[in-house]
Design a protein around this ligand. Structure first.
Ligand SMILES: [Mg+2]
Length: 258
């Protein structure tokens, strides 16, 4: 990458979502146990009232047989078995639940229905989130000057969030079976924005899934150092920010350096 292209005017910005535009840890810490407990309770009530109830009388409850840790372990095992799906978290969750529910003894059709219901509940909880207070005004201002895209491996569905209106292009990389750090979601986003790497900057918190792949493509990068790693080996074109609120100042500085 030549110095010239590193200094081309930035016209497109691509954004990671989780832990870049909001703090995702509390969201998941709530959604994970809550949807699983919901499944356990609702399933027990349903079984008690259904003709299947007799078969399960005296059985341990679903979540006793398969505690939350077993569900998490099953997802990890599925991701190892299906590497192309490793970033498709909704699929992994649903497959894991179907397997566990069938092993618990539910007929296949009931396992599918209950897995789908639990995923629906999970997705509702997962979208109950609050972007950083700076995020919406920031995106509002940036969209005047830049083409904006979101690239996420996660299962946040932007259409369910107020943030959606700020992103004309959204790439759900996990569902494309090409999760970051694959270069394809970045290239897909830039193609849809009509831009190219030398004219784009990616904003994200993950060194491995955001910074390195974007930088290797020749994009500039704003690394949100959420975990305060404070790396000192930043390659040229990679800029450390402690928080998304510092992005405007960085863009002004980069524009001034041209
Ligand atoms: Mg992230």
């Amino acid at each position: 990458m030549t110095a010239t292209t590193r200094h081309a005017r930035i016209e497109a910005l691509t954004f990671d979502l989780d832990d870049t535009l909001w703090d995702n840890r509390p969201v998941m810490e709530h959604a994970e146990p809550t949807h699983y407990a919901w499944l356990d309770t609702e399933l027990a009530d349903w079984l008690a009232a259904s003709p299947l109830g007799e078969l399960f009388a005296g059985h341990e409850r679903y979540a006793q047989r398969f505690p939350l840790a077993a569900y998490i372990e099953r997802r990890l095992a599925l991701a190892r078995r299906h590497p192309l799906r490793r970033g498709d978290f909704t699929w992994l969750r649903e497959r894991a639940l179907i397997e566990l529910l069938e092993e618990y003894g539910l007929p296949r059709s009931a396992a599918h229905l209950w897995a789908a219901a639990a995923i629906g509940h999970f997705l509702t909880l997962r979208h109950t989130l609050t972007p950083y207070p700076e995020a919406i005004p920031l995106l509002d201002a940036l969209r005047q000057d830049y083409a904006l895209a979101a690239i996420t491996n996660g299962n946040a569905d932007l259409q369910r969030l107020e943030l959606a209106q700020h992103f004309p292009v959204v790439i759900a990389a996990g569902e494309l079976l090409a999760p970051k750090p694959d270069a394809r979601p970045f290239l897909a986003a830039l193609a849809r924005l009509g831009s190219r790497p030398a004219r784009a900057l990616h904003v994200g918190d993950s060194w491995k899934e955001d910074v390195l792949p974007a930088w290797r493509l020749g994009m500039r990068v704003a690394w949100i150092d959420k975990h305060d790693e404070r790396r000192t080996d930043l390659p040229p074109g990679v800029h450390r920010l402690a928080h998304i609120r510092e992005l405007t100042a960085l863009l002004e500085r980069l524009d001034g350096e041209r």
